[in-house]
Design a protein around this ligand. Structure first.
Ligand code: BGC
Length: 712
């Protein structure tokens, strides 16, 4: 029987209560609990979330043991009337036991193939622990580094977001979602959560439909096109409409415009929060609003299981609405193969390759922001290692690390010691004993400062109002700079930190991020030249907090206040000059790349030819003129010069990362067709307009390497 027939056959045998049970997700117990077993038997639980608290990103949250997972599954399969298996979900965000860089960092790798490979590894490890479904990837576009959750997503650009969305979904779900080592993915938080006002978590958002379609939706569209099984609705409201009860968002756009066919799960307790959001008086109202909007599964607050039956009796919710939601849930369970293979046989996982991949992606994610010639360091030089992150382990894993182990994570001092042995002069990491550190540093050729932020100031419910480096760390920089030594700053951070008053004092800056299990080894490989840095930032680095929001794909202004990365910024503020510390797409290498002129095969195409599949073709040659083999990410941006609405001054539309050996020249080719030259109107219709387009191909968003083409 095919899946559709199996769904209908099951549905025809289900009571209303059993149907509602499928829409109920509850917290998984950590130990045997007879009351829970009985609910499973009665068909009242469709899914377990293996988390102990909401915003578990920085809390220890134990995983239910395999024996118990299987025991409860056995009750569902053998003792419930219809034998429908449970789907087990967990926040497996950027790693399981092996942890990969926080997503904002892995976006900086500009290497979707490697991201996909790592997410495949994550799926292998998590499924071996009984997880069927992950609440990842998080795809919230964000322009505000104060927001703690900016680290969980792909940054400020819709194209990077879409690329990473596809890579993560393919990695998690694999070629065949029914394979035992495939995880059902969940694109979250749909939609607009990253626009939380002021970067304050859980706050309201204000997003026009035009911005929604062009900026916030593309990553979700890409996830849907990649076959993502589920979507999580977001906590926020958009202009007064909570997404949790927003039919416009959950049904009209997600299903109607994006063509999503899986099921939607709410965020944690989000359905009952409709009361606090002021659109529902009681739990029954909450359930009615959410299910009628198109929200299929209710996470943790039990509002569906307690109210839907009565709502159907009262005629406020139709049974057909329930059937539709149940069909979607059953479909994913059937596609996942849970009916055939409900149990987890807990295979032993050899993590050797996973750790290698974790190191590779950490190396590719790290961004060399500044280098006045001091890097790479010689392994023979004496290095004073100082700073609060020299011995830190947990922070390197980043927020939303539930199953990675700090004690298995090498710290920076250990990693450096392994490379240069006694040439490392490890100083006390406590500012209070700075004198001692200074004394050691005097004997060193170079000072490496291990700086950064704790994972505890990133992630859910951990926003900050100031993205500056803590004062004592700034003091550390100034004190060591005053020694007259070369000072290298290695930043272990989740978000971009403000660089004013910091970058000027450092001779080199390696932004190492919270890059997972292999952060420390990767950073040392780059510092000592075993690896040539190749990361490019997928988010703008502002100079100071007051310049937020600062992002590259802005529109022009009619007045002299463009505030665009150096174009007439003097009119923006009277007290400071709001150019970025480091622009989007920026990252240095140890080698040098020289870009040739853009060669365009045709300069004009008619709109109808473009629609019929013709495209502009561009090539550019890039020569490695430096002393190292190195990888370069070549980036293509467009500007639609005159359009019916103001279009951004630059929009990333393609990139390619490739190794170029020293002395070699490589040719990069890009195509721009109908799908890349247009935009969405406020109705969600895609349109391409005639006129001139500037095409930029270069090393970051500020490249001046340009040509012009025209759609006639
Ligand atoms: C977060 C989600 C997460 C869920 C389950 C919520 O508080 O917003 O990202 O998946 O909790 O832990």
């Amino acid at each position: 029987m095919d899946i559709e027939s199996r769904i209908e056959e099951l549905l025809s045998r289900m009571t209303l209560q059993e149907k509602i049970g499928q829409l109920n997700q509850v917290k998984a117990p950590l130990k045997a609990d007879e009351a829970v077993f009985e609910q499973i038997r009665q068909g009242k639980i469709g899914s377990f979330i293996m988390a102990t608290t909401a915003h578990a990103g920085n809390d220890d949250t134990a995983i239910t043991e395999n024996l118990l997972i299987n025991k409860m599954q056995k009750i569902a399969v053998e003792e419930s009337r219809l034998g429908i298996p449970i789907i087990y979900g967990r926040d497996v965000i950027h790693g399981h036991r092996t942890v990969y860089p926080v997503p904002l960092a892995s976006a900086a790798s500009f290497n979707p193939e490697l991201v996909e490979k790592c997410y495949r590894n994550i799926a292998r490890e998590a499924t071996a622990d009984g997880v069927n479904w992950t609440f990842s990837p998080m795809l919230d576009l964000s322009r505000d580094p104060r927001w703690g959750r900016i680290i969980e997503g792909p940054g400020e650009d819709p194209y990077v977001g879409a690329t990473m969305a596809e890579a993560c979904v393919k990695g998690f779900q694999g070629d065949d979602i029914s394979n035992k080592d495939s995880l059902v993915a969940c694109a979250k938080h749909y939609i607009g959560y990253g626009a939380s006002e002021g970067g304050r978590d859980y706050h309201r958002t204000e997003i026009s439909d035009y911005n929604l379609y062009n900026y916030y939706l593309p990553a979700f569209r890409a996830a849907v096109n990649a076959g993502v099984g589920t979507v999580m609705s977001s906590f926020n409201d958009i202009s007064g409409q909570p997404v949790t009860s927003g039919k416009k968002y959950l049904t009209d756009i997600l299903r109607g415009k994006l063509g999503f066919e899986g099921f939607v799960v709410s965020d944690w307790d989000a359905v009952c929060q409709l009361k606090k959001q002021g659109v529902a008086e009681n739990d029954a109202d909450c359930a009615e609003l959410a299910i009628n909007a198109g929200l299929d599964m209710n996470m943790t607050d039990k509002v569906y299981i307690n109210n839907l039956e009565q709502l159907v009796i009262e005629g406020k919710v139709s049974e057909e609405t329930i059937n539709t939601a149940v069909r979607r849930v059953l479909k994913i369970k059937l596609q996942k193969g849970l009916f055939e293979k409900p149990y987890c046989d807990a295979p032993e996982i050899d993590r050797t390759e996973h750790l290698k991949d974790a190191r590779a992606i950490a190396e590719e994610s790290m961004v060399l922001l500044k280098n006045d010639g001091v890097l790479p360091l010689s392994k023979n030089s004496k290095v004073a290692l100082v700073g609060p992150f020299a011995r830190e382990r947990r922070a390197l894993l980043g927020s939303w690390t539930l199953d990675g182990k700090a004690e298995e994570t090498p710290n920076f001092a250990e990693a450096m010691k392994a490379v240069i042995g006694n040439n490392m002069l490890l100083s006390d990491d406590n500012i209070a004993v700075l004198d001692n550190s200074i004394a050691r540093a005097v004997k060193a050729d170079v000072v490496v400062l291990a700086l950064g932020e704790s994972e505890k100031v990133t992630g859910e419910a951990y926003s900050v109002s100031d993205i500056s480096l803590p004062k004592n760390q700034v003091e550390l920089i100034h004190r060591y700079k005053a020694l007259g030594k070369k000072v290298v700053g290695v930043f272990f951070c989740g978000r971009p930190m403000a660089m004013e008053g910091v970058a000027e004092y450092l001779d080199a800056i390696l932004y190492a991020w919270h890059a997972g299990s292999e952060t420390a080894n990767a950073a040392c490989n780059i510092l000592f030249g075993d690896v040539v840095p190749s990361g490019k930032t997928a988010v703008t680095f502002p100079k100071r907090t007051g310049h937020i929001p600062m992002y590259y794909n802005v529109t022009s202004s009619g007045r002299k206040v463009d505030c665009y990365y150096g174009e007439n910024p003097q009119n923006c503020y009277v007290d400071s000059y709001p150019t970025p510390a480091f622009p989007f797409g920026f990252g240095l290498s140890y080698t040098e790349f020289e870009y040739g002129e853009i060669v365009s095969r045709t300069n004009e195409i008619t709109l109808s030819d473009l629609k019929n599949g013709k495209s502009f073709n561009f090539t550019v040659s890039v020569k490695n003129t430096g002393d190292y083999d190195g990888k370069e990410t070549v980036q293509l941006y467009i500007r639609d010069k005159i359009a019916s609405v103001m279009r951004p001054l630059r929009e990333l539309k393609a990139f390619e990362k490739r190794l170029i050996n020293k002395g070699d020249t490589e040719t990069f080719s890009f195509q721009l067709g109908y799908d890349k030259l247009g935009f969405y109107t406020e109705n969600g219709d895609y349109t391409v307009e005639k006129g001139e387009f500037e095409i930029y191909i270069g090393e970051n968003c500020l490249t001046t390497n340009k040509t012009t083409v025209e759609i006639i």
